[in-house]
Design a protein around this ligand. Sequence first.
Ligand SMILES: [Zn+2]
Length: 114
Amino acid sequence: MARPDIHTWRSYSISDIRIIEEHLDRVDAVTFLLSRDVIYCSDDSGKTVMRVRPGYIEFPKATIPDGTPPKQDWIALSTFQPRDPDRKQPPASNQVCPNCNMQLPLSGHCDCRD
Ligand SMILES: [Zn+2]
């Protein structure tokens, strides 16, 4: 997909799009691949540098923005919907996917590979 397609992928607000664009610039994302419900954003070496999800964006360790609270590797967008009302953040394990370096969900199964 092309970078502008991200803007219309979900009902993002103007400020969501500003946040997404700011971080795409920051991490030098050049390739955008939609797979299931995730847009994988890669730099020119093919490394995943950011993922766009319907309600938030997330980063591998190397590109977590300065000023993000410790242990938080994601930024909520206006479309964010907690899956569990008691949890304020997407459930994740402490393990990292060996393939894309993103934090694994509690299932332990990363969705970067089908
Ligand atoms: Zn992965």
